[in-house]
Structures are given as structure tokens and as C-alpha cells.
Design a protein around this ligand. Structure first.
Ligand SMILES: [Zn+2]
Length: 434
């Protein structure tokens, strides 16, 4: 088992305090958006052997170049040395010689871009196409960073606000009807975009209704930006919003962050969700979503393939986006945990690359078997735990994380003797076995 040093991504939307607070360490002073725990080649964790751990004590943060000495090695390089040992034969057969999942701590202070992730076939084909065309992998117009899909899930540690998947067209139409009534009541001229959207959304075929409304908005242009500004001006000056307060206050917030961006009104086509701490949602390919605010544990297939659909100053490839969006109204894909032995919770989304175990250990509690098929990763967000495998022990304090090779299973997670507080940890492994 290897303790890990992980890379912090300082995206501008990140909270400056939430990740440091969760992990019990000093804040960097800048935004701390995502902590990546895994072997994605863009930001691999560093695996520390006992010697490397001593050398690193007191240091922290990201390391671009990792020397292959002193007991420190990038996790992807470690796995490359013996994939079957670290990942297990079954995982290598299913996903190839790479860690199939990525665990993140995500802290959104302001909204992330509206986005969609591709299916496995779309990712493979898109990556091959851009490679063949010689598009630089770091180019702004590059869509596919790797050849893999990126289904994901988010577990809320704090109240967590998000947009997730299309609502039924009739529900979105009702919001635009309310806005039309607000303009009439105030004697304001209705932007022509609104009656056009009402017509789009009235189509009896729900797929067509969502598709035409989405296409009209994502096309952008002055019609969209002027209508957005007029709607926000009406809302700010007190237009009635009931019963769509949450949706319409989100419109105002998004417009302030990204004035006139197509994503501002696209938000009204999507489910507006508020997760309570302990709740989780999963996001399959084709689901249009955006995280708005909150701290969570995010797990995904190890990929960085994102097609953006707005709420971003970054490149938006509309034709490619339209190929990947699923224009179907969906119920919010909430993920209920299975309660396993000793009261532990296991979140199993319908993807084979990952499952998430929430491990709670009160002082003196019985040890908990780690759910593990193939490799696993664990992060301690409260208290301390002792990992006990047939090959040895590893104690992890508050904020520490570790990589657990397949060959070192089974692992039991113990409360640390003498601990006074409850320990809380999150562990990820593949979902190859039932
Ligand atoms: Zn996403």
C-alpha cells in the first residue's frame, strides 16, 4: 500500500478554503478547485514508499517531474511496472493496463462550465480523428484528450447545487410562459426569442422540442444575449418568479458570472438540483450538466473528455456537442447507497469502472472490510484509520490518501486505537464483481 501525494488543480471557480478545511491543512491562498487522486497522466498522484514518505514529510502539493528515486514515483509509472500486480488480471483484461477510475475532491465556489461527456465509442472515434488531424493535445480547440469515456458521480459533503439533465419540455415551457407573463404585466416588450422558445417547446415530440430549443440557444448571437439581458433585468427589478424561484435565481447568478452566455438560458431546460450532504447523483454519457456550488467527492472513469456547452470562456464546439447530447428528459439520476455489513454505504452507479464506499468508524468500532475488486484508492476526510492487509499495515491520518494494489487485497479498515473522534473515509474500486 502506498500513501499518495496528490495534485491540486487551481481552476478559477474553486473555493479558496473548502478543500484545505476538509483535509485539515493550510490553504494555498488561491482557488483550490479539484484534488486529483489517481493515475491520470495529466496529473498523476505520487506514490510514496516508506523512504519517500520520510523525504516528503512537511512538503505537499504537486510535482511535475518525479524522480524515480527516494521512494517517490508517479502512480501511472508505478502501475506500468507491473499492471497485473497493481490492477489485477481481471481489471487489465477489462480496462487495459491503466487505473480505470479517478477520485477527486471538488470544491465549487462559482459555477463550472455546462458540459457533456462522450460515450466510449464517441471518445475512441473523436480521439482517433483529432490525433489523425494532428490537433495538438493541449490546443484550445481540442475536444478529446484521451480515448476513454468519462461517466461520473458526485457525493455531496456540503449542500451541493447543480444542473443535471433535461427536464420535460412542458416544464421548461412553463418557466418561459411565466417570463412572458412577467413582461406583459410590467408593460415591457417581450424579446422575440421567448415566443420562439415557447413554440419549440410546444412540439409534441419531446426529443424535437428539447433539441430545437437547445440548438436555438447554443447558437448564441445577439438574439440570445439581448434576450438574456432583458430577462435578467426584469428579474432583478422584481418580476414574480414563483414557483420557479430556484431556476430563475440561478439565471441571475449565471448571467452575472457569464453575461449573455447561451448557458444562462439553457439552464432553464435542465433539472435544477440541490443535494443534501450524503446524497449522490451519477452522470452518464450525453447528460448535460453543470456543478454550481458546493464541496463533494467526485468519482469518474479516468478520462478528461469534456464537451463544453456554455458558461465558459473556453472553446465550445457546437457541432461536436450536438452529436453527444442525449435529448431526452430524464429523472434526476440519484444514486441510493446499498448498506453493506457493519452499516457501511456502497454507491454503485451503472458503470464498471468504479464504485464508491463510504467508511465510518466510531472509536473502538469493528474493522470494516474494504470493498475491493482490482486496485483501490482511499481518502480520509476525518479522523485516522489503519489499513490492514496480508502484506502489511498503513496508518492514514486526517487528509491522507493511499493506493491499494490488487495484489494486497483483502484490506480491513480499522479505527485507530485510542482515537476519540469518528473516522470518515471514502474508497473507490472497480465494479467488476457483484
Ligand atoms: Zn462532468
Amino acid at each position: 500500500m502506498y500513501e499518495l501525494e496528490n495534485v491540486l488543480r487551481p481552476y478559477a471557480w474553486g473555493s479558496t478554503t473548502a478543500i484545505a478545511g476538509l483535509l485539515g491543512r493550510p490553504a494555498s491562498g488561491g482557488p483550490e478547485a479539484e484534488l486529483w487522486i489517481g493515475a491520470h497522466p495529466d496529473s498523476p498522484s505520487v506514490a510514496l514508499s516508506p523512504a519517500g514518505k520520510r523525504a516528503a514529510s512537511g512538503s505537499g502539493g504537486a510535482h511535475a517531474a518525479v524522480p524515480d528515486d527516494g521512494g517517490r514515483l508517479a502512480l501511472d509509472e508505478l502501475i506500468d511496472r507491473d499492471p497485473e500486480h497493481y490492477l489485477g488480471a481481471e481489471s487489465v483484461a477489462a480496462f487495459g493496463p491503466r487505473l480505470p477510475f479517478l477520485l477527486k475532491v471538488l470544491a465549487a465556489e462559482s459555477p463550472l462550465s455546462l458540459q457533456v461527456h462522450p460515450t466510449p465509442d464517441q471518445a475512441r472515434a473523436g480521439f482517433a480523428r483529432e490525433e489523425a488531424a494532428g490537433v495538438d493535445r493541449s490546443a484550445t480547440e481540442r475536444n478529446y484528450k484521451d480515448a476513454f469515456h468519462k461517466p461520473e458521480m458526485i457525493f455531496a459533503l456540503t449542500p451541493f447545487e447543480a444542473l443535471c439533465g433535461f427536464r420535460p419540455a412542458a416544464e421548461s415551457r412553463a418557466v418561459f410562459q411565466l417570463l412572458a407573463a412577467d413582461f406583459a404585466l410590467a408593460g415591457l416588450e417581450l424579446p422575440p426569442l421567448v415566443p420562439q422558445l415557447l413554440e419549440d417547446l410546444a412540439q409534441p415530440d419531446g426529443h424535437n422540442a428539447l433539441r430545437t430549443a437547445f440548438e436555438r440557444l447554443i447558437a448564441g448571437g445577439t438574439d440570445v444575449s439581448e434576450a438574456t439581458a432583458a430577462i435578467v433585468a426584469a428579474l432583478v427589478s422584481g418580476a414574480p418568479t414563483a414557483p420557479y424561484q430556484a431556476e430563475l435565481s440561478t439565471v441571475v447568478t449565471l448571467h452575472h458570472a457569464y453575461p449573455g452566455d447561451p448557458g444562462v438560458l439553457i439552464s432553464l431546460l435542465l433539472n435544477r438540483i440541490s443535494l443534501a450532504p450524503g446524497e449522490a447523483v451519477y452522470l452518464p454519457a450525453g447528460n448535460v450538466h453543470a456543478y454550481l456550488h458546493g464541496l463533494g467527492i467526485e468519482v469518474m472513469a479516468s478520462s478528461d473528455n469534456v464537451l463544453r456547452g456554455g458558461l465558459t470562456p473556453k472553446f465550445v464546439d457546437v457541432p461536436e456537442l450536438l452529436k453527444t447530447v442525449e435529448f431526452e428528459a430524464v429523472a434526476v439520476p440519484m444514486l441510493s447507497p446499498e448498506t453493506t455489513m457493519l452499516g457501511q454505504e456502497l454507491f454503485r452507479p451503472p458503470f464498471r469502472e468504479f464504485q464508491l464506499q463510504r467508511i465510518v468508524l466510531a472509536p473502538g468500532a469493528e474493522p470494516v472490510p474494504l470493498a475491493q475488486s482490482g486496485a483501490a484508492a482511499i481518502l480520509v476526510v476525518s479522523g485516522s484509520v489503519l489499513l490492514d492487509s496480508p502484506k502489511g499495515d498503513l496508518q492514514l491520518g486526517h487528509g491522507a490518501s493511499a493506493f491499494l494494489p490488487a495484489a494486497e487485497a483483502p484490506v480491513n479498515v480499522h479505527a485507530v486505537s485510542g482515537a476519540t473522534g469518528t473516522a470518515l473515509a471514502f474508497a473507490v474500486t472497480t465494479a467488476l464483481k457483484d
